[in-house]
Design a protein around this ligand. Structure first.
Ligand SMILES: Nc1ncnc2c1ncn2[C@@H]1O[C@H](COP(=O)(O)OP(=O)(O)O)[C@@H](O)[C@H]1O
Ligand SMILES: [Mg+2]
Length: 321
C-alpha cells in the first residue's frame, strides 16, 4: 500500500501532524532519521515523502540527522519518488547564506550579512558593520547564536567568554540589526506551494532567542538566551494579509522544491521589509490558529493526502520505475 512517509527527528513536532493524518484517515509512516543505514542500491518504497528535517537537529543530540537526510533525499529523487521539500529545500534549511543567495536571486531584500569563519574573522566582520548588529549561526533554527551588539568591544568580550557558542557548521553570521518601529516580525506560511496565512509574532518578550530592544543592556551583550523569556511570544494570524512579497516568496520556494515553508521578515522604520529566515521545517502556533479557525498541519496533511491520491491514480512519475 502506498503511504505518506514523514522524515524527521523530533517526535514533539510531529504530534499535530499525526493527529491531522488520523483525522483524515491517511496512511503514514515515520522515518526518524538520526542514525541508520542507507542501502543506496536498494529501491525505496512507493509513496509520498515529506521531509521535515530541522536545522537545529544537532541540539537534540542528533548531530548528523541533517547529513543523513542529505543522503536519503537524493536516493528518493533518483527513483523519482514524490518528495515534498526535497534536497534543495534541505540545502536552504541548513544554510542561511544559501537562503540569502536565493532571496537575492528573486529580488528580495535581506539585511547586510557577513559570514565569518574563525574568531578573528568574526571581529573583523563586526568592524565592518555600521551601527548595531546581531550575530547568528549560519545553521540555526531556534534563534541559535542570535545576540544583539552595539559595539565591537561588546562582541569581542562575548566571543572570548565561555558563553560563546560556535555554529555547528563553523560559520557565524554578523548581520545588520533591523530596528522595527513596532516590536514584531511577520512569518508567511506556505503549504503545497500556496500561501496559507501570515502570522504576526510579537517580539517584546523575545522571539525564541530574539535580540529585541527590550533585551538591550547598554553595550553589554544581550542576555536573552541565558534564561527563557518570561512569557511565551504572542502570535496572531493576520486577516487578509496581502503583500507583493508573497508572490516573490512563492516563486523562490517553487524553484527550491520547498512546498511547505514559513518565511520571516521584519519591517524597518522606513517601512522596508527585510527577509532573514526561511524555514522548510515549519511549525504552527495552536492558540493563534484556534482564534482564526485555521490549521497549518491539517492543510499539510490534506495536501499530502491529495498527492497520495494522485500517485495512486498514476498521475505522478513515481510509478514509472
Ligand atoms: N537582522 C535582524 N534584525 C533584528 N532582529 C533579528 C534579525 N535577525 C533575526 N532577528 C530576530 O531573531 C529571531 C531569530 O532569528 P532567525 O534568523 O529567524 O534565526 P532562526 O533560524 O534560528 O530562527 C528572529 O525571529 C527575529 O526576531
Ligand atoms: Mg527564525
Amino acid at each position: 500500500m502506498n503511504k505518506i512517509y514523514v522524515i524527521h527527528e523530533n517526535e514533539a513536532w510531529v504530534e499535530p501532524l499525526r493527529a491531522a493524518f488520523q483525522e483524515l484517515s491517511l496512511p503514514f509512516e515515520e522515518w526518524f532519521l538520526d542514525q541508520g543505514v542507507l542501502d543506496f542500491s536498494s529501491e525505496p518504497p512507493r509513496g509520498v515523502f515529506y521531509n521535515r528535517m530541522s536545522a537545529s537537529s544537532h541540539t537534540r543530540d542528533h548531530r548528523y540527522a541533517a547529513e543523513y537526510t542529505s543522503c536519503v533525499l537524493p536516493w528518493l529523487e533518483l527513483h523519482q519518488r514524490r518528495v515534498v521539500n526535497g534536497s534543495r529545500a534541505l540545502r536552504l534549511e541548513i544554510n542561511k547564506i544559501a537562503q540569502y543567495a536565493e532571496l537575492g536571486r528573486f529580488g528580495i531584500r535581506t539585511p547586510r550579512t557577513l559570514a565569518a569563519v574563525g574568531r578573528d574573522a568574526i571581529f573583523s566582520a563586526a568592524k565592518q558593520m555600521e551601527g548595531s548588529f546581531i550575530t547568528k549561526h549560519n545553521r540555526a533554527g531556534k534563534g541559535l547564536g542570535v545576540r544583539l551588539f552595539h559595539s565591537v568591544d561588546a562582541l569581542e568580550s562575548y566571543v572570548r567568554s565561555a558563553l560563546f557558542e560556535d555554529s555547528v557548521d563553523g560559520v557565524t553570521l554578523i548581520q545588520q540589526y533591523i530596528k522595527a518601529p513596532e516590536p514584531f516580525i511577520t512569518r508567511v506560511e506556505f503549504v503545497g506551494g500556496k500561501f496559507l496565512y501570515a502570522v504576526r509574532v510579537d517580539t517584546t518578550l523575545g522571539f525564541e532567542l530574539c535580540p529585541a530592544d527590550v533585551c538591550e543592556v547598554g553595550d553589554a551583550m544581550c542576555p536573552v538566551g541565558e534564561a527563557p523569556p518570561a512569557a511565551a511570544p504572542r502570535f496572531e494570524v493576520i486577516e487578509g494579509f496581502d503583500h507583493p512579497i508573497v508572490e516573490r516568496y512563492r516563486k523562490l520556494l517553487a524553484a527550491n522544491d520547498a512546498e511547505v515553508a514559513g518565511v520571516e521578515f521584519i519591517t524597518d522604520e522606513r517601512g522596508e521589509p527585510y527577509t532573514y529566515d526561511i524555514n522548510t521545517n515549519t511549525n504552527y502556533n495552536g492558540a493563534a490558529e484556534q482564534r482564526c479557525g485555521k490549521s497549518g498541519m491539517r492543510a499539510v496533511a490534506a495536501f499530502l493526502g491529495k498527492e497520495l491520491r494522485r500517485l495512486e491514480h498514476g498521475r505522478l512519475d513515481a510509478a514509472a520505475d
